[in-house]
Ligand binder design. Structure first.
Ligand code: SF4
Length: 330
């Protein structure tokens, strides 16, 4: 195997089937990284509990669906490790230790927590686990002594906190953790079919696993430029969700589509049919691969079991270094 450039940790909360936003926002990037880095792809099941502890029974099914999507898009367990957070017990150990050395104001100033509290209307009903999730996230990264974490611009602050925690540990005890760097990736943002942010809870997502008819129906319902009512009306592709999708999934035709939209030569019905066709070309091979793995759930379980076991080795080594650095060897 060619020399890898370093260790990468990235993960997702298992909340069920993934949508096209996940594909263009993360998975396409992971697929590229798995060839050049030692990648650990984390199924962050404990993180689901920070906001969804009452739905814990749904987590196993959601893990299965999410990992089917990972495999279907081309992530390869031969080249990267797929691991379940709760199967690698050291995530909990390191989380506990890092929680002891992280000053509370570092946690309180986390902007994501403030946003989550506002978005979810949590008000005063915040649980200890949610407040502590940035520390768990730092533990997830540092446990593998990752060099890089692929993130968009808006997540750089998270990585900065992990770096601060690593620095503090190294300063207090001895140098165990490399300070992970953000690997900035240009993230393509896809709107939902209603033009708002794509989100499972808003019901405006096109899933990676949707069948062709389902995709066509969703595309037909997509919002377009409200000023373009009939075919001959001039449209504004820059305000149209359908056009945003063409820019990602049908790049060769975007120039022509934009021009014909503006002149009124192209109607929205035809434009949407073109998009559904382009999405079909992208999703057909993905659906086919997913179908193969769906027939073999034991194989999926084995992939997660093997990946978690391999990750546990690295995690165990890290915890040995941590305990030695702290002088807690009995
Ligand atoms: S023609 Fe296409 S790009 Fe123009 S408004 Fe209609 S759907 Fe959007």
């Amino acid at each position: 195997m060619a020399q890898r450039k370093g260790i990468i940790l990235s993960g997702m909360r298992p909340t069920g089937k993934l949508h096209l936003g996940h594909l263009v926002g993360a998975l396409d990037n992971w697929i590229k990284l798995q060839d050049t880095y030692d990648c650990y792809f984390l199924v962050a099941d404990y993180h689901v509990l920070t906001t969804g502890f009452e739905k814990s029974a749904e987590i196993p099914g959601n893990i299965h669906e999410m990992v089917l999507d990972w495999l279907a898009v081309g992530l390869d367990p031969e080249r990267a490790k797929f691991l379940i957070q709760s199967r690698v017990i050291q995530h909990c150990e390191l989380n506990l230790i890092l929680g002891m050395i992280t000053p509370m104001p570092w946690v309180e100033r986390n902007p994501t927590i403030k946003d989550m509290i506002a978005d979810m209307g949590l008000g005063g009903k915040i649980h200890y686990g949610l407040m502590g999730y940035p520390i768990l996230q730092a533990a997830d990264i540092l446990l593998y002594r990752a060099d890089l974490v692929p993130v968009g611009e808006d997540q750089v602050a998270h990585i900065e906190m992990t770096r601060e925690i690593a620095r503090r540990f190294n300063h207090l005890y001895s140098s165990v953790f490399p300070e992970p760097r953000a690997k900035l990736t240009r993230v393509s943002r896809l709107p939902g079919t209603d033009g708002r942010k794509m989100s499972k809870s808003l019901g405006n997502s096109i899933h990676i696993s949707d069948d062709d008819e389902n995709v066509r129906q969703k595309v037909r319902r997509m919002v377009t430029d409200p000023q373009k009512v009939r075919r001959g009306d001039p449209g504004r592709p820059e305000v149209c969700s359908v056009y945003a999708y063409h820019q990602i999934f049908n790049k060769e035709e975007t120039g022509e589509i934009a021009e014909n939209c503006r002149t009124g030569a192209l109607g929205c019905v035809d434009c949407k049919a073109k998009l559904a066709g382009a999405l079909g070309k992208v999703l057909d091979p993905i659906r086919e691969r997913r179908g193969e793995f769906e027939k073999n759930p034991d194989q999926v379980r084995q992939i997660l079991s093997d990946g978690s076991a391999a990750a546990s080795k690295r995690a165990g080594e890290t915890m040995r270094l941590v305990r030695e650095a702290m002088g807690m060897v009995y």
